[in-house]
Design a binder for this molecule. Sequence first.
Ligand code: CAA
Length: 312
Amino acid sequence: MTPESGRPRVRVEFPAMTAGQNAAAATGEAAPNEAAVGEAVLQGREAAPSRAVAGGGEAAALRPVDGVALVTIDRREAMNAIDRATMEQLVEALERLDGDPTCRCVVITGIGDRAFAAGADIREMSEQTAASIAATGGFQRWDRIAQVATPLIAAVKGYALGGGCELAMTCDMVVAASDAVFGLPEVRLGVMPGAGGTQRLTRAMGKAKAMELILTGRNLSAVEAEAHGLVSLLVPRAAVIASALALAETIAAMPPLAVRAAVQAIDQAAELPLGEGLAAERKAFYALFETEDQKEGMRAFLEKRPADWKGR
Ligand code: CAA
C-alpha cells in the first residue's frame, strides 16, 4: 500500500467564480482571490447555488460557471504524473461528463502550481515490457480521450511534459500560464513520445520544430509554445483557471450541436486531405440545418433577442 492508494487521483467539480474573477479572466488580470479558484472555491452540483468566499478583504458572492466541469489531476507528490490508476479515473470522469447533457465544456488541470502533469509515471513505466503495456490497454484509454465530443480545455500551470504535454495537445484548446513549460523529453529516458506526441506536435508546429524538440528533449516556454501554435490563450499564472473557466463558459453558452460539429470538423482538418475535409465540413453544415437550434439562432438574430438553445 502506497500513501496515496485508495485516494482519488482525479477530482471532478462544478466550479463557481466571483464577478471579480470573471472580469479578471476577461482582461487577463489576476483577481485578488484568484489563487483560491481551482483549489478551494469550488462547489459540488448539489451545493447551494452561491456562497460567500473570503478574498481581497471582502466576502464575494460566488455563482456557478454554467455548463462547465473542472477535472483536476491530484497527484501532487508525483508532479501529477499519470499512472494507470490516474488514467483510468480520468477516462471514467470524462466519459461520464461526455454523457451528461448539462455539461457543455470541460476544463482539465493539475493540482497545485508546479505541474499540469509531468508525464506518464516513470516509476510505474520502468517495470513494464512491450507486452505488459499492450496488455493493459493504456493507449486505448488515450484514444478514448481524443474521442470525447464535449470540448476539452487544458489549463496548464507549471510543467506539461511527456504524457502531460500529450494530454494538453489531445484537448481541443490550451490555456497556458506565463510560467507553463511544455516538452516531450521521452528520448532522454530511452524511449519516444507514445501518446500522440510525434503526431500532434508535428501537426501543431511543423516538422522542423517538432524534430528539434523531440530529438533533444528540450523544454519550451509558454511564450515559445504560443508562438508555435500550441496555446490558445497565454495568461498570467494567477489567472489561468479563471481564464479557462471563462472561456469554457462562453463555449458552454453556445448551441451544443453546432459546437460539437465544429470541433469534429476542425479535428478533421489535421487528418483528411483538403477535398475530403471540405466535403465533411459541408455535410456537417447541411446537417445543422436540420436542427431546431439553427431555426432558433437565425430567428433570434432577426428578432434581436438572445437565442434559447435546445441542443436539438
Ligand atoms: N513520473 C513519476 N514521478 C515523477 C515524474 C514522473 N513523470 N515527474 C516527477 N516525478 C516525481 C519525482 O520522482 C519526485 O518524487 P520524489 O519526491 O518521491 O523523489 C517528485 O515528483 C518531484 O519531482 P522532482 O524532485 O524531480 O522535481 P524538480 O522540480 O526537480 O523537477 C521535473 C521537476 C522537471 C518535472 C522533473 O520531475 C522531471 O523531469 N520529471 C520527468 C519528466 C519526464 O521525463 N516526463 C516524461 C515521462 S515519459 C512519458 O510521458 C511517456 C509518454 O509518452 C506517455
